[in-house]
Design a protein around this ligand. Structure first.
Ligand SMILES: [Zn+2]
Length: 268
């Protein structure tokens, strides 16, 4: 599932093309036709991301709320546009640019009070709030007695984290994923949030998740690393830790696999 860097990057790239522009809106697939008609021809005031959610705000005062889920995909095109997919839930276009959305988990037209409801279910967003989100993160972490590996998947703890980031960020901070969230010392929680902010912002800029540090990457520039060279633990079970050689472990937390190095991330 796309993590928070994907939604923020999409919001930024879409804003460049559609921000403050009057746009055409349709739903080739038909499931969004009534809502598309309501905003067709109006101006896109802003496009925002919060966690894994994207909001296209229109001059009508409403916003299209999008959650990509597992299968949702955006396609951006320049004129002349390719044929839209018959599965396109939404098509938004100007004379020059087009955005096609297929397969989203959620795509709905909401009024501001409904949007407030969506936002109220989200914790601090590391990309939108940066270090300002630290206090809310500290509070959320200290209230949960569940393993921290599970707490990080709770969108009320941190909005935008998914399965790749949770394993990698815990490795970077030397925290064992099974440690109870509320037992983490304050300085580790601070360091964890700082690491989350840095990692997501960096992934938003580059469009991919590279957690390996320049020291560990060696001579290869980080931008040139293949996916299987960019991460410390994710899908590396049974292979040696890049730092200490200990075999990376895997098990399930919250029905999703999680990976860690038992030596670099000792149990407390
Ligand atoms: Zn290690």
């Amino acid at each position: 599932m796309p993590e928070g860097h994907v939604t923020h990057r999409a919001a930024r790239l879409h804003t460049k093309r559609f921000g403050k522009k009057s746009v055409n809106v349709s739903s080739p697939q038909g499931r969004f036709s009534d809502s598309a008609q309501k905003v067709d021809g109006s101006v896109v005031e802003k496009i925002e991301a919060r966690g894994k959610h994207i909001f296209y705000w229109f001059s009508t005062g409403e916003a299209v709320h999008i959650h990509l889920g597992l299968f949702g995909k955006f396609r951006l095109s320049k004129s002349p546009f390719p044929e839209p997919s018959e599965n396109a839930r939404v098509l938004i276009w100007t004379d020059d640019h087009e955005m096609q959305l297929t397969g989203p988990n959620t795509c709905e037209l909401l009024v501001p009070t409904e949007i407030e409801k969506v936002l109220s279910k989200l914790g601090p967003d590391p990309i939108a709030e940066g270090m300002n989100g630290l206090e809310r993160f500290q509070t959320a972490v200290s209230k949960r007695k569940i393993p921290v590996g599970r707490a990080l998947m709770d969108q009320k703890v941190a909005a935008g984290l998914g399965n790749v980031f949770r394993s990698e960020l815990l490795f970077l901070t030397g925290i064992n994923p099974h440690t109870a969230s509320n037992e983490l010392p304050e300085d580790q929680v601070d360091q964890l949030w700082r690491t989350i902010v840095d990692a997501l912002k960096s992934a938003e800029r580059s469009g991919k998740i590279v957690t390996i540090t320049p020291e560990d990457a060696g001579d290869t520039p980080r931008s040139k690393l293949e996916r299987n060279e960019s991460l410390y633990t994710y899908h590396r079970d049974g292979r040696g830790c890049r730092r200490c050689g200990t075999l990376i472990q895997m098990n399930k937390i919250d029905s999703r696999n999680i990976w860690w190095c038992p030596n670099c991330q000792p149990a407390r």
